[in-house]
Design a protein around this ligand. Structure first.
Ligand code: SF4
Length: 330
């Protein structure tokens, strides 16, 4: 199965309960950034500049778990920065799993193999390893030779130890479908539980000309859509249709609130116009109607799953439900 049954059940119950309460906007995934420190400086990442501004400050384990409780989202993506550089990362992840929330522990893989002993396999925990292409491409984008091989060793060790492992791939202008296909073939052979991907997005803090426009991204993703039955993409069929340009969607930034060292990012994981002091302030005081395609020029080329996966689920017609069920049971 692409997702453990516990996750499908928990998500289904949570969404049904929110709808019964008449809630229009609610979070599905909390993006938790315990630290923005990183041991890499990837080409497409803006967090590294922010890390300089905050001078190495981190969220404490207590602050992380408070954010988890405040948001109440069934899934918590622990991201950053490189979360494994946080000295309390074991405590943070164990605390979230103890609350029966699903943790996606994101990593670049450098310290993953050594960190495995700190965690126990659980249906509530999945590693998410960032890999942007086969060895040469990934190492060039991440700026360090040998990184791909290190990550692959860590994935192999994690699967052998019984962990769930997923991967996250960012598409750039230079991304090439044949290269991605060979990456996904290798990862499938290693028994990776699911593949995530999204076009890189040019938010203002990153100047390099490496990002795809929306039209370019849809063209680049067309072969991927055609290959959707060969690979275990852990995105809803509706989101894959959106990526391939077959389904228009407006984003739902409130579905993935982001808690960082400076507060809750308004409005989303990618754009920070200001920080809210609490989750309630984020949900109630953000002018949501001002963001999204056609509303804010900065959103024009954004297609990331943190903005659109919830919209894809929301947009599903009755005929899509059976497809979605078949997909989640793959
Ligand atoms: S489209 Fe939505 S998720 Fe993307 S940058 Fe704009 S507000 Fe954020």
């Amino acid at each position: 199965m692409i997702f453990p049954w516990q996750l499908s059940l928990s998500l289904g119950r949570y969404i049904a309960a929110k709808r019964l309460q008449g809630r229009r906007r609610f979070p599905l995934v909390l993006m938790l950034e315990p630290t923005l420190r990183c041991n890499l400086a990837c080409a497409g990442c803006g967090r590294i500049r922010e890390e300089k501004e905050i001078g190495g400050r981190m969220l404490t384990a207590q602050a992380c778990l408070k954010a988890v409780d405040e948001a109440g989202a069934p899934v918590v993506s622990v991201t950053g920065g490189e979360p494994l550089l946080h000295p309390q990362i074991g405590q943070i992840v164990r605390g979230i799993v103890a609350r029966r929330r699903f943790v996606y522990l994101c990593t670049n893989g450098i310290q993953m193999e050594q960190a495995l002993a700190e965690f126990r396999p659980s249906p509530y925990l999945s590693w998410v390893v960032h890999l942007d292409g086969p060895a040469a491409t990934h190492d060039q984008l991440a700026g360090r030779p040998g990184l791909f091989d290190t990550a692959i060793r860590a994935i192999t060790a994690a699967k052998r130890a019984g962990f769930q492992v997923r991967t996250n791939t960012t598409l750039y202008k230079s991304s090439d479908w044949q290269q991605l296909e060979s990456l996904f073939t290798l990862l499938s052979r290693l028994g990776v539980d699911g593949l995530m991907l999204a076009p890189a997005f040019s938010y203002e803090r990153v100047a390099a000309d490496i990002f795809l426009s929306r039209a370019e991204a849809s063209a680049a993703l067309a072969p991927l859509y055609a290959a959707r039955r060969r690979f275990r993409f852990c995105h809803s069929p509706a989101y894959l249709e959106f990526l391939a340009g077959h389904r228009p969607l407006q984003c739902s930034p409130w579905s993935t609130p982001t808690c960082s060292v400076k507060g809750w990012r308004q409005p989303c994981y990618l754009i920070t116009d200001r920080y809210a002091g609490s989750f309630t302030e984020l949900m109630e005081d953000t002018p949501w109607e001002r963001y999204g395609v056609g509303r804010d020029p900065r959103c024009t080329d954004c297609m990331v799953h943190s903005g659109y996966e919830a919209s894809a689920l929301e947009s599903m017609r009755p005929a899509d439900l059976l497809r979605a069920l078949r997909w989640s049971l793959q």
